[in-house]
Design a protein around this ligand. Structure first.
Ligand SMILES: O=C(O)CCC(=O)C(=O)O
Ligand SMILES: [Fe+2]
Length: 371
């Protein structure tokens, strides 16, 4: 119980999971992170994600945001049925306040399988938009390779999560289609330095992530990411060189009967006077679009000792996040689509007029409501 109100985020060494003599310790540490924290740092992932590729990607990021505004707007998200593309600074609100960030939503490669008669939510997956190759040569290939390597790390990590929850390694495979039929969504994000006059330090407000797990690259040395512990205190998760931050989302929490924690988190803008923006690259590792996590078809049986750990942990005293409770009843794809419609009403107005009317009967708001 002393671990209940964590005051720092555990660091796990991925290479320990790859050797039979050290794997059991890794699984024990992962179990603690899943049940009590909901966040972890992961080091030594070079066998899955090329370290040089990460450095190359980091070098591209400031150049990507420095592209002329009109070039960024050419690939704006409103062009895309799949909610993939560029969003200007301040396009979204979280908990009623503007998020001070600018971003490119770019996903792993995927050809939409939607056909007439299929549910709308099949269209949340599809091809990405990239800036003109001549303006940022090589970025597209770097990003594609990066996303596919990180997605593969996520696919392996899911088997470790299953083991940490007392299931066989393939215990969570029912939530997935084959890897070639899945799409995982990445973003490249810039949090600008606020001006002296700024009233807000909100990079992104408190929220949960949606799916099973998020794999985050903190791509600049700025602190700012904070994680809410069981008593509601905000704990810093500053960048640690050579690591990813991994956190668990609402779908995993629902699918595991609350054993795994989706943990509320937020990002503070860089302090006024900082010399450069903060950059990050999250990858949201998805489950299959048709899955209803609470349907009996997907119900998982956990060993009593794992359920006991959940019960000993207890429930949250307080959280500042509210989003994605739709997993209780909706298919995963519908939860994603509803989240996207709320965050990006301009895209919805263009491509999903019926849903747009349902969520925004008064017409187009100035900003989206991210969470
Ligand atoms: O930028 C970060 O470090 C985290 C961003 C985040 O939590 C999100 O976009 O869901
Ligand atoms: Fe998040």
């Amino acid at each position: 119980m002393t671990d209940r109100n964590f005051s720092s985020i555990p660091l796990l060494d991925y290479s320990l999971a790859l050797s039979s003599s050290t794997k059991s310790q890794f699984i024990i540490d992962l179990r603690h992170a899943l049940i009590n924290v909901g966040f972890l740092y992961l080091s030594n992932t070079d066998s899955m994600v090329d370290r040089h590729l990460i450095d190359t990607l980091k070098d591209y990021i400031p150049k990507l945001f420095a592209l002329p505004q009109e070039e960024k707007d050419k690939i704006r998200m409103a062009n895309s049925l799949h909610f993939l593309g560029y969003s200007r600074l301040g396009a979204e609100l979280t908990k009623g306040k503007t998020d001070n960030r600018e971003q490119f939503d770019i996903a792993t490669e995927h050809i939409s399988r939607w056909k007439s008669g299929d549910p709308d939510y099949w269209n949340v997956w599809g091809p990405s938009q990239y800036p003109d190759e001549a303006l940022i040569p090589g970025f597209q290939q770097t990003m594609k390779t990066y996303l596919s390597q990180v997605a593969a790390l996520g696919t392996h990590f899911i088997t470790l999560i299953a083991e940490a929850l007392g299931l066989p390694p393939e215990g969570l495979s029912r939530f997935y289609d084959t890897p070639d039929r899945m799409q995982h969504r990445g973003k490249v994000v810039q949090y600008p330095v606020p001006s002296e006059r700024s009233q807000s330090d909100q990079g992104v407000g408190p929220h949960y992530d949606a799916g099973f797990l998020t794999i985050l690259l903190q791509a600049s040395p700025h602190p700012g990411l904070q994680v809410q512990n069981l008593s509601g205190d905000w704990i810093d998760a500053p960048p640690i060189p050579g690591t990813f931050v991994i956190n668990f989302g609402r779908a995993l929490e629902f699918a595991t009967k609350g054993i795994a924690r989706a943990t509320s988190h937020r990002v503070l803008s860089p302090p006024v006077g900082s010399l450069s923006p903060r950059y990050s690259v999250p990858l949201f590792h998805n489950i299959a679009l048709d899955v209803r996590v609470r349907d009996s078809k997907y119900e998982l049986e956990f060993p009593p000792e794992i359920l006991k750990l959940r019960d000993e942990r207890g429930n949250l005293a307080h959280t500042d996040s509210i989003n994605y409770s739709e997993f209780e009843s909706q298919p995963s794809g519908m939860v994603q689509l509803m989240g996207r419609v709320k965050s990006h009403p301009d895209v919805a107005q263009r491509h999903y007029p019926a849903l747009f009317k349902q969520f925004f009967p008064e017409g187009l708001p100035k900003q989206g409501f991210a969470y």
